[in-house]
Structure formats: structure tokens, C-alpha cells
Design a protein around this ligand. Structure first.
Ligand code: GLY
Length: 314
């Protein structure tokens, strides 16, 4: 597992653009890095000028969702039927309030829709037509057509479906996913007062079965924030769900008060069952420690605080 640890100054924002092998991105790394930088600058501006941690993670994620090249929003991977089915969620560490949407097809920015659930409903997770109805009511933008490169990748994978051994049990599904994970985007923020927020958005794993729900819209799994830790996860949803990865890290932190140890402990548990090449996280604690960790080849990641901006994939 690769771990990077930073001591940041407040306010600070960190993002990820998915853990995986990133084979295809090698030739176009600049394009991906450019989007990471834009996302950090946009999200950080909301944190700096308004001290609004929730807005900052939303704004950072919207840049990634709109980029067409990360697996979230307009660039989402397609399910086996060739459709987008997007998930997103966010959580405020102070109130423990969360909002999430799942299996959304007709919304350009699922993270915005998750925010509407958080802000205007009594619920935490709303799926499918129920979520779309709220998007319609609030007149959220519809997504653009599926980009050609996403559709080409879908067709190519579909053509080789025998090789990728797609429709087998979850353990085998992981083997497909090891081939290419352009999975998921996320953000965590700490404001000037040390309050935290987390958010995650995804198109899910490529060629998933229609109706499959991964970790991303589930508080505690794909995202989590309390007063001590904010965390966003990426990778194979089933592995992350099985140990509630983000909440596991937060719970370990309550006892250890050591974020790095907490992340290592949670990954040990995850890897015991699911092995390597399965997940990545970004996590920040209220004592300003930031961790990037992944057991894949690479993870698009970055952070910005008052003094530094940092972003990379490999
Ligand atoms: N981590 C994204 C997913 O499995 O859907």
C-alpha cells in the first residue's frame, strides 16, 4: 500500500480522482492533472472566501464531474446496458448530516442532487426516479450525451467480455476491475475552525449490472465525516462496503488518535478478504493531518492549503 502523509494548514481541501492502474491515462496525464488543479482551485476558493466546507467539496467535485474524463458525472463509466447510473453522497462532520443519491441517470451533477437531499429533505439516501423527481423540481441540469471515448471503452470491454469474465461472483468481478479503475472522485475539507466535510461521486464500476449500488452513496463506506475525521473512498465498491471503509478509519482514529495507523489498520482488514488493487482513500483529521492511501498502482489526488498546491496521479 502507498501512503502519503501531510501536515496541512487551515483551511485545506483534498481531492481524489480514482485509484487504479491508470494505464490509459499515462499518455494523457497532463489533461488529467489539469482537471485536478482546476478542481482544487475552484473548491479552495469557496473554502477561503466563504469558509464553507460543504460548498467547497461540492464545487471541487463538480469540476471533476463536468470534466468528461473522470468516472463521475458526464464522464461516468457505463453499466452493462450501456447506460449511466451515477451515485454521489456528502456529509458534514459537525452535524453528522448526510445526503446521497443512487442510480441517477438524468442529472449532470449528482453531487448537487445529493446536496438537495441533505439540505431540503428528511432523508439521507434517495434513489432512481425519486431522486430524478427532486432534480426536476429544482431544475438541475441534464447531462450531455455520453462522450465518445466512454462509449468506445464500453464497447471494447463488452467485446472482450469473455476475457474479463464479467458475470461471475464478486470475487471474480474484482479481477475485471483490476484491469482498469478510473473509479470515482471525492473531496474532503477542513475549514478555518477545524470543522470537516466529505463528498464522493461516481459512475460506478464499468459494466456493473443495472441497479447495482456501490459504496459511494453509502455514508460510512464511500464517504464519512464526523468532528475528527473526513474521508472519501475510491475502488471496488463491494470491498469498501464490506468493511465500511471510511467509518472504519474514523473509528480507529477515535482510539489511536493517529490517522496514518488508522488507515493502515482499516486497509489490513479490507485486504485480508479482498486483496490488493482494491481501494484508495483520502482522509483528513481535525488536527490537520492529511493522508492519501491506495493499494493500486496509482491514484489521482491532490490538496490545497494556504501555502501549497499539490496534485499527481503516479
Ligand atoms: N467505488 C465506486 C463503486 O464501486 O461504485
Amino acid at each position: 500500500m502507498i501512503i502519503e502523509k501531510y501536515k496541512v494548514e487551515r483551511p485545506a481541501l483534498a481531492i481524489h480522482g480514482g485509484a487504479g492502474r491508470w494505464e490509459r491515462a499515462k499518455a494523457e496525464e497532463e489533461k488529467y492533472l489539469d482537471v485536478l488543479e482546476k478542481s482544487l482551485l475552484k473548491g479552495y476558493e469557496h473554502l477561503r472566501s466563504r469558509n464553507n466546507r460543504i460548498e467547497s467539496v461540492i464545487e471541487a467535485i463538480k469540476v471533476l464531474e463536468d470534466s468528461m474524463i473522470y468516472n463521475a458525472g458526464s464522464g461516468s463509466s457505463l453499466n452493462i446496458a450501456g447506460e449511466r447510473e451515477m451515485d454521489a453522497g456528502l456529509m458534514d462532520g459537525e452535524s453528522l448530516k448526510a445526503g446521497a443519491v443512487t442510480l441517477v441517470k438524468n442529472t449532470k451533477n449528482p453531487i448537487e442532487l445529493a446536496y438537495l437531499i441533505y439540505r431540503y429533505t428528511d432523508h439521507m439516501i434517495i434513489g432512481c426516479h425519486g431522486a430524478e423527481k427532486i432534480a426536476e423540481y429544482y431544475r438541475l441540469e441534464k447531462p450531455p450525451a455520453i462522450p465518445k471515448h466512454v462509449f468506445d471503452r464500453y464497447k471494447e470491454t463488452l467485446k472482450n467480455i469473455d476475457k474479463v469474465e464479467y458475470i461471475r461472483r464478486n470475487k471474480d468481478l474484482i479481477d475485471i476491475y483490476k484491469e482498469e479503475i478510473y473509479g470515482t472522485v471525492g473531496a474532503v475539507a477542513i475549514d478555518i475552525d477545524g470543522k470537516l466535510a466529505a463528498a464522493t461521486s461516481t459512475g460506478g464500476i464499468m459494466l456493473k449490472l443495472p441497479g447495482r449500488i456501490g459504496d459511494t452513496p453509502i455514508p460510512g463506506s464511500g464517504f464519512y465525516s464526523d468532528s475528527y475525521v473526513a474521508c472519501s473512498a475510491t475502488g471496488i465498491g463491494e470491498s469498501i462496503l464490506s468493511i465500511s471503509l471510511c467509518r472504519s478509519i474514523a473509528l480507529h482514529y477515535r482510539y489511536t488518535k493517529d490517522l496514518e495507523k488508522s488507515v493502515i489498520e482499516a486497509f489490513r482488514e479490507l485486504e485480508r478478504i479482498w486483496g490488493k488493487n482494491t481501494a484508495g482513500i483520502i482522509a483528513i483529521s481535525n488536527n490537520n493531518t492529511l493522508i492519501f492511501a491506495y493499494n493500486t498502482t496509482a491514484m489521482a489526488r491532490g490538496y490545497k492549503d494556504p501555502n501549497n498546491i499539490y496534485y499527481r496521479i503516479f
